[in-house]
Design a protein around this ligand. Structure first.
Ligand SMILES: *Cc1c(COP(=O)(O)O)cnc(C)c1O
Length: 366
């Protein structure tokens, strides 16, 4: 039996090291915004090559607080438009509507599943203020062309890095490409905690300062509340765990690449379209997503063969009940993707013989 993903396997290798740092937090007596949070923020800033990292309670809050901070700065206003891929995970879009800005859904490229810079410009209006680009499935969704468009129209680029910790564009890391970025450290992400956690990265001093206040009741200084903030702090125990996991991130991403390369080289089936990486280092393979017209049959066939698969994601945001006001919108590329994608098992904990079993099953599917 090969499960789609076993969360426990992701941490077994580091069990003792994790127990030790958890004990360290218990014994420190500092449980909220202590030195473990500061340590992880500094380490992650150095890893990403950015000036500022602000830990948050989760990835959705990281994105919400970036947009909120741009509102506090007067750069975004309610009703302003943010371009966002139509096939993203719902969280990217919730971060926009939570702030009462307007998501403008843009079709992805059918080959990369990421925003198509060519389709961005035609969606820009006088109210467009930003691009929320999503490095979906672990592949960088940023380009010189996107930056040029942003510069030309004065748009902020916000990266949704939830699935792409460690991915590189030329020599720059995800989180250091746009104006600000949101990370999720949900347990299944490439850099995963043992519970909820997230972070904002940016080189913008003012933005960093506001996000830092917003996550902690809008306060820079105890009992002085400059903004109507929220409570979305990175937990001290999760920060200690993330400092451990960060040391292994590159190694784990390399293992993900190894498995993805085995899949790409050896899966040969005309009923399937395999994913592709524009550049080796630009993809950290959070998910290995294939497309097939025979999805229902394939999922059942894999399950009959003891192999777990999942669909990321079965329903596009514009077909969700939460956004029923968009039910008349049509995004055919996105809909085609949502109707045909399937994710194969891929985790750094997978063994080669398991990878081979998945390949063999895929090749025998008719
Ligand atoms: C996981 C994820 C998020 C949200 O992260 P949480 O930590 O679960 O809030 C946002 N965007 C994308 C693309 C994600 O995959």
């Amino acid at each position: 039996m090969i499960p789609f993903l076993n969360f426990k396997d992701l941490n077994t290798l580091y069990r003792q090291e994790l127990l030790d740092v958890i004990a360290g937090v218990i014994d420190s007596g500092h449980y909220i915004l202590g030195e473990k949070v500061e340590k992880f923020e500094n380490e992650f800033a150095e890893y990403c090559g950015v000036n500022f990292v602000i830990g948050t309670g989760n990835g959705l809050d990281a994105l919400i607080l970036i947009i909120r901070a741009y509102k506090e700065l007067g750069i975004f206003q309610e009703g302003d438009e943010i371009l966002v891929p139509a096939n993203t995970y719902i969280a990217s879009i919730l971060a926009i509507t939570e702030n009462r800005l307007k998501p403008i859904l843009v079709e992805p490229n059918i080959n990369t599943y990421n925003l198509d810079s060519k389709l961005l410009e035609e969606k820009i209006t006088k109210r467009t203020k930003g691009i929320l680009t999503v490095h979906l499935y672990g592949q960088i969704a940023y380009s010189d062309q996107m930056q040029k468009i942003a510069d030309k129209y004065g748009l902020k680029i916000i990266e949704d890095c939830a699935q792409a910790a460690g991915a590189k564009f030329n020599n720059r890391l995800a989180g250091n490409l746009g104006d600000a970025a949101g990370f999720s450290f949900y347990p299944s992400k490439n850099l995963g905690a043992i519970g909820d956690a997230g972070a904002v990265t940016t080189n913008d001093t003012e933005l960093a300062e506001i996000v830092r206040a917003l996550r902690n009741y809008g306060s820079h200084e105890k009992y002085h509340n400059k903004y109507k903030g929220v409570n979305s702090r990175l937990d001290e125990i999760q920060a200690a765990i993330l400092s451990v996991k960060l040391k292994y991130l590159d190694k784990e991403n390399n293992r993900r690449r190894e498995i993805a390369n085995m899949y790409c080289k050896n899966i040969k089936n005309n009923n399937m379209i395999l994913p592709m990486a524009s550049d080796e280092l630009a993809h950290v393979w959070h998910l290995f997503v294939i497309r097939t017209k025979e999805r229902e049959k394939f999922v059942k066939y894999m399950s009959d063969n003891g192999i777990g698969t999942l669909i990321h994601y079965p329903i596009p945001p514009h077909k969700q009940n939460a956004y029923r006001e968009w039910s008349d919108e049509s995004h055919p590329i996105s809909e085609e993707i949502h109707n045909t994608i399937v994710s194969l098992p891929l985790s750094p904990a997978m063994k080669n013989n398991e990878v081979l079993t998945v390949i063999e099953a895929c090749n025998k599917f008719v």
